[in-house]
Design a protein around this ligand. Structure first.
Ligand code: C2E
Ligand code: MG
Ligand code: MG
Ligand code: MG
Length: 292
């Protein structure tokens, strides 16, 4: 009787497993198709340099436009793409796309700013991401200073030794590295200092409540002060209000990124914003000196 119950349960589990595998295979097929059919595009979100009030850089964010499903958010497909391994070819496509775009703007004589791509854990750990990047830079004749990478804390902490080594190679290549979503994990900045990060990105979670929650204000202030004393620059993510902008400015944050300045936008629109440098500064009133 017991055997029967166990068997029934096994059948249930294996059915569930089969369904999961089928779904995974289906998703893998969809993602392959997306790469082949050109359903991915890159959007760009400006990072405003608080010293100049100008766009000092950008983050490249992938968008999946599926003919039936419509726009699929990266939060929904990147984790799944990670599970199937498809995140590696997708990530390679991202690197190619951003390098090609930057090189095209440069050929046209446009002003360009460094653009950061997000690297996924699998892409960082198990692929030849260094070769992919250096190959893409070379192919497009692009100086490494125009490409940056964003890595999360959990990605780095998974295998600190290996991460340190890969990051050192990035550095030798001339790439700048951001520590993304900082504050959501458990590591201290003092520990993370052993990794060659140039920028720390304060996670949106602390920025959202910055002006209502004294704890979040204290955390953001401490992150900025500590990053500076460790010779790293600070980027605040998810800045949505004037009050948040003023607060971060008074604490000498270096760069701001968020809907207050601009949502992620298509390449053409982003390029216009970079060329027409004053637009952002005027709309956000960065021309005034910060009040402390
Ligand atoms: P992330 O790297 O932390 O990117 C920042 C996310 O915050 C983006 O969401 C951006 O649109 C959003 N954001 C920016 N400013 C604001 C704001 O003021 N308010 C709010 N509510 N949100 C803001 P998105 O584009 O949906 O991307 C989500 C995540 O997906 C990214 O988080 C990143 O982890 C991943 N991702 C996006 N593109 C790529 C990619 O090309 N490769 C990889 N591996 N991951 C990617
Ligand atoms: Mg990022
Ligand atoms: Mg982030
Ligand atoms: Mg994030």
């Amino acid at each position: 009787k017991q055997t029967k119950a166990v068997l029934a349960r096994f059948q249930y589990y294996s059915q569930e497993l089969n369904e999961r595998l089928a779904q995974k295979a289906e998703l893998e097929r969809l993602l392959k198709e997306a790469v082949d059919m050109g359903q991915f595009t890159m959007f760009y979100q400006p990072k405003v340099d608080l010293r100049t009030g100008q766009i000092g850089g950008a983050e490249a964010l992938i968008r999946w436009q599926h003919p039936v499903m419509g726009t699929v958010s990266p939060d929904r497909f990147i984790p799944l793409a990670e599970e199937t391994g498809m995140v590696v070819p997708i990530g390679d496509w991202v690197i190619q796309a951003v390098c090609a775009q930057q090189a095209q703007w440069q050929r046209e004589g446009q002003r360009i700013v460094p653009i950061a791509v997000n690297l996924s854990a699998l892409q960082f750990r198990e692929s030849n991401v260094l070769q992919t990047i250096s190959g893409a830079l070379e192919q497009h004749g692009l100086d490494p200073r125009w490409l940056e990478v964003e890595l999360t804390e959990s990605l780095v902490m998974h295998d600190p030794e290996a991460a340190q080594q890969t990051m050192r190679q990035f550095g030798e290549l001339g790439l700048r590295i951001s520590l993304d979503d900082f504050g959501t994990g458990y590591s201290s900045l003092a520990y993370l200092k052993r990794f060659p990060f140039h920028y720390v990105k304060i996670d949106r979670a602390f920025v959202t409540e910055l002006t209502n929650n004294p704890d979040d204000a204290a955390i953001a202030t401490a992150i900025i002060a500590m990053a500076h004393s460790l010779r790293m620059s600070v980027i605040a993510e998810g800045v949505e209000t004037e009050a948040q902008m003023q607060f971060l400015r008074s604490r000498h944050c270096d760069y701001l990124q968020g809907f207050y300045f601009s949502r992620p936008v298509p390449a053409e629109k982003f390029n216009k914003m970079v060329q027409d440098g004053n637009q952002l500064a005027l709309s956000s009133d960065l021309s005034r000196p910060p009040h402390t």
